[in-house]
Design a binder for this molecule. Sequence first.
Ligand SMILES: Cc1cc2nc3c(=O)[nH]c(=O)nc-3n(C[C@H](O)[C@H](O)[C@H](O)COP(=O)(O)O)c2cc1C
Length: 226
Amino acid sequence: MNIVVYASYTGECQRIAQYLSKKTGYLLCSIEEISPASFENLILVFPVHCQNIPEAVKRFLSSVSVKHLAAIAAYGKMSYGNVLYEIQHRYPHTIVAGAYVPTKHSYLAGPRFEDFEKLDAIAEKMTNPKEVIIPKSFQNPLVNFFPTLRGQIGVQIQRNEDCRHCGICERSCPTHAMRNGKPTRRCIRCLRCVSRCPHGALSFRCRLPMALYLRKKPCEKFILYD
Ligand SMILES: Cc1cc2nc3c(=O)[nH]c(=O)nc-3n(C[C@H](O)[C@H](O)[C@H](O)COP(=O)(O)O)c2cc1C
C-alpha cells in the first residue's frame, strides 16, 4: 500500500501532506488514525519539536514496516536539529527522499507555508525510489534536557469566559493532557487545543525566555535529499 501519513498539531504538516497526497495519488492518513501495517511507499510529514522527532512519530516509526520512506520534517525556521539523520539510523526503513521544510512556527504569527511545488521532487522520487544518504546536522545537546518542562515554562495556555465546556480540546489533545479546559503536566504545548477550540476560548502567551528565543533571525533553509 502507498500512503501519505502526517503528524500535525496546528495544521502546517497536514497541508503539506494533503498536497503530496493529491500529487502522488496516495491515500492520506493522520498518524493518530493509522494502525500498524506494512507499506510499500510511505511519505511521512511531521513537525520538528524541540529539535527532535515528536514521540508520536517515534512510536509510529517503530510500529510499521516500510519499504520506501520519504521523511519530511517541517520546522518553524528556528532549528531542525538532526531528525532526518536520526530516522535513517534508528529505524529499519530505507529512506528514499527527505526534506527540511521551513514553515510557520506554531508560536509565531506569520504566513503559512505556500511553496508546495518545492516538494514535487519528493513525489517524483517515489516513482523511482532509491536510497539517499542523509548527512548529520547539528542538534544542540541542551535540547534534550526536560523539553516538555521547558515548553510548559515558556508557553502559557489561557482559557477565557467563552469556554462552554464542550470537551473538544480534551478529545483533540494528542497527549490526553487537557482536563476541564486546562492543560495538565502531560501537555507538550503543541497548541492543537488552541487551534481546535470552536469558541476561541483558548489562547497562548509566550513568557520572556521563549519570547527572547523566538526573536532569533529566522532560518529559511529548504533542504531536499533526493
Ligand atoms: C512544542 C513545539 C516545539 C517546537 N520546536 C521547534 C524547533 O525546535 N525548531 C523549529 O524550527 N520549530 C519548532 N517548532 C515549530 C514547528 O516545528 C512548526 O511550527 C511546524 O510547522 C508545526 O507543524 P504543525 O502545524 O503541523 O503542527 C516547535 C513547535 C512546537 C509546538
